[in-house]
Design a protein around this ligand. Structure first.
Ligand code: NDP
Ligand code: BG6
Length: 510
């Protein structure tokens, strides 16, 4: 396949991928996310011929940056962060239509200037464009930006039937139930829900989308996908990295807010939801909300459903590594968790009695995101665990990242004249089947928002349902301070209190 043809992955869930003439405005365009993810995503979409012919990129921020300088920043970002090398011709097409508007996020007049800037683009090309606003600033200014989009009329700019102005909102979507509700209220005061694209970049990952395909495009899983056959489910989002230079942000966040409430819960929702009636955004999101609502409130205190810990210093990758409390910008008495472990019960016909275990931590042994579905053991009438019969529970594991793929543990006969058994692993790897240069999550998500497909974004009630589950935990942890905070050495698989979550049902982490 020629490199510039549309990549098969990008055809995705919905059939119609053509976007109308579009102006993408990035608020916070001088920031880290813009450089590391958004500009490379735009470049790669252009490379794959997925941008409309009339495509314009406008950076917006408080500092005055001349157009030429913004283009240079963008070019440098592609060189440093894109999965593909810079291609001058491909990027040149976008760069020619790239500009910068300086203004405050709470400065009403600046939004009028932005509106005039967009009007000038429309005048130049002699047609109207749809506007896609990407809010990539710290959350403290999400509200003012939304309000000014409303007040300036930019939020209600309309192009044809399906292409109202659209707004992508970065995470974190609030810090608890109340703040998420307030943010939703602000959003609703200026936008209709179909205009809003709340990002969870895990939904843009290839393997997360593949979860839907594996579950619902195959007939062998669905009959087994319930409490009759599944013993329990483990969802792991382990990172090798620590907090790095993001101490200021992380101290206010912690693993529960940063990873569990959003990314890990999305993986859970897609694993546990009922088959949607269609692949439309509303149908998929209805099912996700339904299953999230069936989750039982978490039990707190000793023997409860939650565990938290901080990484402590030790050796990692042959080097001495700091503990969380020694990291730059971290309060030495900090009560912020770098690891959270959760045991969930879903009270519906499909899942009652099947524990779902979730864990996410920084500075763990290995970077791995995985959903492991462990099946019940067969009756041991013919093969019971013994010296000859080495048996493992059947486990289907979706390897979300890295080394993306799907594996199944089965028990097989060891070749030989005596009957001996041993667990064997069937392995499907993306890299061997499809090659390794797959699109980044942000490519998929920016494209989806441009074409108006909200399937892989979070709906307002979905965010609130997840916060409703975790807000009591956050409040209890805040009240307890450091009491009950466990620790785990850097480079390990987590704390003892998270093992205890599983031990009650005689389970162990994989
Ligand atoms: P930055 O801290 O780099 O900020 C982005 C831009 O916002 C800055 O360049 C600055 O632009 C403006 N800004 C910074 N601080 C303030 C402030 N206190 N008040 C008003 N404006 C400010 O953020 P990131 O790019 O890292 O992240 C942007 C968003 O994306 C955040 O919501 C973050 O949570 C989310 N995110 C980021 C990820 C990442 O890897 N970076 C990953 C996942 C989500 P200017 O001064 O020009 O106005
Ligand atoms: C972000 C978190 O949302 O996701 C980070 O804020 C985390 O703390 C990152 O490192 C992980 O994303 P990925 O795609 O590298 O798994």
């Amino acid at each position: 396949m020629a490199e510039t043809q549309r990549h098969p992955f990008l055809q995705g869930l919905s059939k119609h991928r053509g976007a109308p003439p579009t102006v993408v405005v990035i608020f916070g365009a001088s920031g880290d996310l813009t450089a590391r993810k958004l500009i490379p995503a735009v470049f790669n979409l252009s490379y794959d011929n997925l941008l409309p012919a009339d495509f314009f990129l406008v950076g917006y921020g408080r500092k005055a940056i001349p157009d030429e300088e913004f283009r240079t920043l963008a070019t440098d970002a592609i060189k440093e962060f894109s999965r593909r090398e810079l291609n001058a011709e491909v990027w040149g097409r976008v760069a020619a239509n790239t500009s910068y508007v300086a203004g405050g996020y709470d400065e009403r007049a600046a939004f009028d200037r932005l509106a005039q800037h967009i009007a000038a683009i429309e005048k130049k090309i002699g047609r109207e464009v749809q506007t896609l606003f990407y809010i990539s600033t710290p959350p403290s200014v999400f509200g003012p930006i939304l309000q000014n989009l409303g007040a300036s009329g930019l939020a209600s700019k309309y192009l044809g039937q399906a292409h109202h102005s659209k707004v992508i909102i970065e995470k974190p979507f609030g810090k608890d139930l109340k703040s998420a509700q307030e943010l939703n209220k602000t959003i609703r005061s200026v936008l209709e829900e179909h205009q809003v694209y709340r990002i969870d970049h895990y939904l843009g990952k290839e393997t997360v989308q593949d979860l839907l395909v594996q579950r619902f495009a195959n007939s062998i899983f669905e009959p087994l996908w319930n409490r009759n056959f599944i013993d329990h489910v483990q969802i792991t989002v382990a990172e090798e990295v620590g907090v790095g230079t993001r101490g200021g942000y992380y101290e206010q966040s912690g693993a529960l807010r940063d990873m569990i409430q959003n990314h890990t819960m999305q993986l859970l929702a897609l694993t546990a939801m009922e088959p949607p009636v269609s692949l439309d955004a509303e149908a998929v999101r209805d099912e996700k909300v339904k299953v999230l609502k069936a989750i039982q409130p978490l039990r707190l205190g000793a023997g409860g459903d939650v565990a938290r810990a901080q990484y402590s210093e030790g050796m990692m990758g042959g080097k001495q590594a700091k503990g969380y409390l020694q990291e730059e910008g971290i309060n030495p008495q900090s009560a912020t968790e770098t690891y959270a472990g959760i045991r969930l019960s879903i009270n519906n016909w499909r899942w009652q009695g099947v524990p779902f275990y979730l864990r996410s931590g920084k500075r763990m042994a290995r970077r791995v995101t995985e959903i492991a579905v462990q099946f019940k053991r067969p009756p041991g009438t013919l093969f019971a665990e013994s010296d000859r019969f080495n048996l493992a529970p059947n486990t289907l594991a979706f390897q979300i990242q890295p080394d993306e793929g799907l594996s199944m543990i089965l028990n097989g006969k060891v070749p030989g004249l005596e009957t001996r058994t041993q667990p064997v692993k069937m392995n499907f790897r993306y890299s061997t089947t499809y090659g390794s240069n797959t699109p980044e999550a942000y490519e998929r998500l920016v494209l989806d928002a441009m074409v108006g497909d909200g399937t892989l974004f979070i709906r307002g009630d979905e965010a609130e349902t997840s916060w409703k589950l975790y807000t009591p935990v956050l409040e209890a942890w805040a009240a307890a301070g450091r009491e009950g905070m466990d620790s785990y050495p850097v480079g390990s698989w987590g704390p003892a209190n998270a093992d205890a979550l599983l031990a009650a049902s005689k389970h162990t982490w994989r």
